[in-house]
Design a binder for this molecule. Structure first.
Ligand code: ADP
Length: 558
């Protein structure tokens, strides 16, 4: 789902340029920032209206007095010039943006239809440069599999061209696998080959396949969340994890359910650009963060997608390098591709007016993707969610086998103080990443994003005179989507369907992805509740010995 876009030579501007923002690139140190484009729009709109009104009045008078229309005075000539100039401006400003949005959106339409209708998009090998035959052996592909295998083993046929050259993904995987067996001398019989649709991954999910890994999927639930009863699919090989989450779900359900709120929703991408001086970098920072320039950036950013909508830009500096963190909403997609395209639009747009800007990378790590970073913990990335529940005293006693006071105390000493002692960054929880990762794998999310998606602070309080327990998990950067990437594959899409969030939400784009984020937080709440309880009651080791350790003597297993 997340593909880093390589830096490329800026394309010529097609966005509204030089109209009202014509001066914006020529910012000198100490100069005021350029006139905002919306002021220019207003001026030209007013000029258009005034010229039109004046000419209409004059023409009405001429018709009344039978004066020929082509006899014009100086003021009329000015009015006609004003009308034409403002018309050209307004047409080029709004017309070009409109045409571009129609053109770029039409690309999405086909995909939307396929996603919404539950069909998988046709494999598109041309999407992936690695799959193109550039650099491939020019010679004709032999007809027999045996000859092709020999060609791959001898290095005469590049392994990566098999899909495109054979036009049969299953056959390509089989040939590659046999070549691998011969090259390494290792059997990989345990890795299944058949029973998988290799065409569905071509050009978007996995290159050079030789089989697939089987992972068991279990369900925890019902998770009673915001009035829904959900069965949460989790792909894991860690014994006890689903059982424990299931116990947490039971405690939540018996206490009346949990509720959640998505308090922020925006994917980020932060390119880095180098300038001749820190002063110049600061000038662009000032421009990007000036609210008066938001409308301009918004038009430019949004033009590559119907779903990506710019929310804001925050910049950080390191010497003469500027890191620009763009945040945008992304509908039901996790959104890395979308936000990257929008950012590229803006960089192209800025390059003319900041010719000394050297874009070092579309991603400068201030985003911050798949790395532990304070910026996500503080500013959020993806969906920021709080999920909470009140667990009744008798449920704590009967289901969780502990008491409220022990839970609250353990949470302070372990999840808050203990994590502080460890110097944790967003790790103020017992095992959020266990649940996040299992759901991510089951539902086709990018598992590497568990790094920031698992950031979580778990809070426990005794309420109602100390009888009941208030528990909450706050997760500022859950990065999930229900379209794009691995979500389209058959198994993952079935798991999304189980939760009722498969594909794009047509009525309210983005609500499927937001619902999925709340499910992640709700399941984390259940997992936290159960594990902290097990530790408070001293049951952890016993239950792991029961569920996580097979009684089979592994030394006797072949
Ligand atoms: P990502 O940006 O997460 O990597 P992709 O670019 O792979 O996602 O996939 C998103 C695609 O799905 C886009 O082409 C977009 O136009 C399409 N799409 C269809 N419906 C929606 C929706 N409701 N929300 C977001 N994207 C949608």
């Amino acid at each position: 789902m997340a593909v880093e876009v390589r830096r490329r030579v800026p394309a010529p501007h097609a966005a509204p340029r030089g109209r009202g923002t014509g001066e914006k690139g020529r910012v000198q140190a100490g100069d005021a920032l350029p006139l905002p484009i919306r002021h220019t729009n207003l001026i030209f709109s007013a000029l258009f209206a005034a010229s039109l009104a004046y000419l209409m009045r004059r023409w009405r008078e001429k018709i009344r007095t039978s004066t020929p229309l082509h006899v014009v005075g100086l003021t009329e000539i000015f009015a006609i010039c004003g009308l034409v100039a403002s018309l050209i401006y307004l047409l080029s400003f709004f017309g070009i943006a409109f045409v571009q949005s129609v053109v770029s959106n039409s690309d999405d339409e086909d995909e939307d239809f396929l996603i919404a209708s539950g069909q998988k998009p046709a494999p598109a090998p041309q999407q992936c440069a690695l799959l193109q035959s550039a650099g491939a052996a020019p010679e004709k592909m032999p007809e027999e599999d045996e000859e092709i295998v020999a060609g791959v083993v001898a290095g005469k046929i590049p392994s990566y061209v098999l899909e495109t050259r054979l036009g049969d993904c299953r056959r390509a995987a089989g040939i590659r696998r046999e070549a691998l067996r011969r090259i390494t001398g290792r059997e990989i019989d345990g890795l299944p080959l058949d029973g998988f649709d290799y065409a569905s991954i071509l050009g978007q999910c996995c290159e050079m396949p030789v089989g697939y890994v089987q992972l068991p999927v279990g369900v925890a639930g019902p998770l009673v969340l915001d009035g829904r009863r959900l069965y949460v699919p989790m792909a894991t090989t860690e014994g006890c994890l689903i059982a424990s989450t299931n116990r947490g779900c039971k405690a939540i359900a018996e206490s009346g359910g949990a509720s959640s709120v998505v308090y922020r929703d925006g994917m980020t991408r932060a390119p880095v650009a180098r300038f001749p001086s820190a002063r110049r970098a600061a000038e662009l920072k000032g421009f990007l963060e000036d609210p008066a320039n938001f409308d301009t950036l918004n038009v430019v950013f949004n033009r590559s997608s119907r779903f990506a909508r710019l929310q804001g830009v925050k910049c950080a500096m390191a010497g003469r390098n500027l890191y620009m963190r763009f945040t945008c909403s992304t509908g039901d997609a996790m959104g890395m591709n979308m936000v990257s395209k929008g950012v590229q639009n803006v960089l192209d747009y800025l390059q003319d007016d900041f010719p000394d800007m050297d874009v070092v990378s579309i991603s400068g790590n201030f985003c911050s993707d798949k790395k532990s970073a304070a910026v996500n913990w503080i500013e959020g990335r993806g969906k920021s969610v709080v999920c909470e529940a009140v667990i009744r005293e008798e449920v704590v006693r009967k289901v969780l086998k502990t008491n409220v006071q022990s839970l609250v105390e353990l949470n302070v000493i372990k999840n808050l103080a203990g994590s502080a002692v460890a110097g944790a960054l967003g790790g103020f929880n017992a095992h959020a990443s266990n649940i996040v990762t299992a759901i991510f794998i089951a539902t086709g999310q990018d598992p590497a994003q568990n790094v920031e998606s698992s950031q979580c602070i778990t809070m426990l309080e005794a309420i109602n005179d100390g009888r009941d327990l208030h528990i909450s998990v706050t997760m500022p950067s859950i990065e999930v989507g229900t379209v794009g990437g691995g979500t389209q594959l058959a198994s993952q899409s079935a798991c999304l369907d189980l939760l009722g969030v498969k594909g794009a939400n047509r009525e309210s784009p983005g609500s499927n992805a937001r619902l999925l984020a709340t499910v992640v937080a709700g399941a984390v709440l259940a997992g936290e509740l159960s594990l902290i309880s097990a530790q408070a009651a001293g049951h952890l080791v016993q239950s792991h010995m029961k569920y996580n350790r097979s009684s089979r003597d592994m030394s006797k297993v072949a």
